[in-house]
Design a protein around this ligand. Structure first.
Ligand SMILES: Cc1ncc(COP(=O)(O)O)c(C=O)c1O
Length: 362
C-alpha cells in the first residue's frame, strides 16, 4: 500500500513558495504528508537535516559536487526518525495505542521515542548483538524490549504471535504505508537544498523504505511541476555478508531470495529479505542505477575517512556509501563531475562496539 494525494490540488496551493518560511522539519512538506489534523502530529524536530558540501573529500576523489546528507542529527540519531514520526502520528490519528516492531536497532529506538511522546505502549524485538545503545534507548523510552537469536527476520517471526494474541499494531517496514511517507521527505529536502535533482544518490539499503520513498517523491514532484523527467541514478549499497538486493539486481530478477546467515557489523543492513524488494529493484533499474556490496572493513574505512576529512562521525551504514562511491568512480560508472549525494543514515555515536576497534587502529 502506498499513500496517494491530490497532487494537483497540493501544487495549486503554491506551498513550494512558502517553504523557506516554514519550520526546519519534515512537516514543512505537510501538503504531501498523510496526517490530517495538526493535533495528531508527534514531532521531536525530525528532518530538514544538513546537506553538507564535502569539499575536501570531493577534491580527493575528483567529485567537486559531492554532498553528505547527514541523517545522524535526527532525533534518536538516525533517519528512522522520519518514518516513525509520520507512522506514529498516523497511528495516533487512527486511534492506535499499542505499537510493535521487529527492528535491526535504529527503527526500534525511533519508534519507542515517538510512542513515548504520543503516550502509546511500545514493544520492540531486536536481534541479539544489536548495538547496546539501541537496546538501552528503547528501554529508556519506556518500551518493552526483547532480544532474539538470529536476524530481524527471526524477530518478525517471534513477534507475530504476540501481535495476534495481544492486539499490537505492527509498524514493520512497508507493512503499514506511512513510514515510507516520512522517509520520502529526504528527496524533497535534497531538491529544495540543491535547487534541483542531483545526478546520483548512494543509499545503504536494508528494508529499503528510503529508496522506495524517495523514488515515489521524485514522481510526486514531477507531477506537481517542481522537477522535470530527470531522475538521479539510485544506487543501493549492501553488506558483503548480506546482499539479497545486489544478488537479485545482478541476476535481473524481480524479487530477491532470502539471504542465508546474514553477517555484518552494519546492523541496519542485516536484513535478509525485504517485503519491498520488487519496489527497490524497480527503482534501481528505472533510474539506471546500481546495486553493490561492500565488506565491513571497507565500511569502517569509510567511517574513518568521513570523520577525518569531513568531521562527520557516521554509522557503518554511512561509511558503506563512501566505499561504494570509490568503487563506482574506479569502474567509471559515475563520471566524477556529477553531483552525488551520500546518505549518512545514522550517527556513529551509537556504534561504540563497532567503532572502538577503528579508533584503536588509528
Ligand atoms: C543507520 C541505518 N542505515 C540504513 C538502514 C537501512 O534502512 P532501510 O531498512 O530503510 O533500507 C538502517 C536500518 O535499520 C539503519 O539503521
Amino acid at each position: 500500500m502506498l499513500a496517494r494525494y491530490d497532487l494537483a490540488g497540493a501544487a495549486a496551493t503554491g506551498f513550494r513558495g512558502q517553504l523557506a518560511s516554514r519550520p526546519a522539519t519534515l512537516w514543512r512538506y505537510r501538503e504531501v504528508l498523510p496526517v490530517r489534523l495538526d493535533s495528531s502530529i508527534v514531532s521531536l524536530g525530525e528532518g530538514f537535516t544538513p546537506l553538507i558540501h564535502a569539499r575536501r573529500l570531493g577534491e580527493r576523489l575528483g567529485v567537486p559536487n559531492l554532498y553528505l546528507k547527514d541523517e545522524g542529527v535526527n532525533p534518536t540519531g538516525s533517519f528512522k526518525a522520519r518514518g516513525q514520526a509520520v507512522a506514529i502520528s498516523m497511528a495516533l490519528e487512527l486511534g492506535i495505542h499499542k505499537v510493535a516492531i521487529p527492528s535491526a536497532g535504529n527503527a526500534g529506538g525511533a519508534m519507542a521515542a515517538y510512542a513515548a511522546q504520543a503516550g502509546m505502549r511500545a514493544l520492540v524485538y531486536m536481534p541479539e548483538g544489536t548495538p547496546l545503545m539501541n537496546q538501552l534507548e528503547c528501554g529508556l523510552f519506556g518500551a518493552e524490549v526483547k532480544t532474539v537469536p538470529g536476524s530481524i527476520a527471526d524477530c518478525g517471526r517471534a513477534l507475530r504471535e504476540r501481535i495476534e494474541s495481544e492486539g499490537w499494531f505492527e509498524v514493520s517496514t512497508l507493512k503499514e504505508p506511512y513510514r515510507v511517507e516520512g522517509k520520502k521527505t529526504m528527496a524533497y529536502e535534497i531538491v529544495e537544498q540543491l535547487g534541483g535533482v542531483p545526478d546520483a544518490l548512494i543509499y545503504p539499503a536494508g528494508g529499503g523504505t528510503g529508496l522506495v520513498g524517495m523514488w515515489k517523491a521524485f514522481g510526486e514532484m514531477e507531477q506537481m511541476g517542481w522537477i522535470g523527467a530527470k531522475r538521479p541514478r539510485m544506487v543501493a549499497v549492501q553488506a558483503a555478508g548480506c546482499a539479497p538486493i545486489v544478488r537479485a539486481f545482478a541476476a535481473g530478477a524481480e524479487r530477491a531470495a532470502p539471504w542465508q546467515n546474514p553477517e555484518t557489523i552494519a546492523s541496519g543492513l542485516r536484513v535478509p529479505s525485504a517485503l519491498g524488494d520488487f519496489l527497490m529493484l524497480r527503482a534501481l533499474r528505472e533510474s539506471r542505477g546500481a546495486a553493490l556490496a561492500v565488506d565491513d572493513r571497507a565500511m569502517l574505512e569509510g567511517v574513518a575517512t568521513l570523520a577525518k576529512v569531513e568531521g562527520v562521525l557516521t554509522a557503518p551504514e554511512g561509511g558503506a556509501t563512501l566505499a561504494a562511491l570509490e568503487r563506482l568512480l574506479a569502474s567509471g560508472f559515475l563520471a566524477g563531475r556529477e553531483s552525488i549525494v551520500l546518505f549518512l543514515t545514522g550517527s556513529g555515536y551509537k556504534y561504540v562496539e563497532a567503532l572502538e576497534a577503528v579508533a584503536k587502529d588509528r
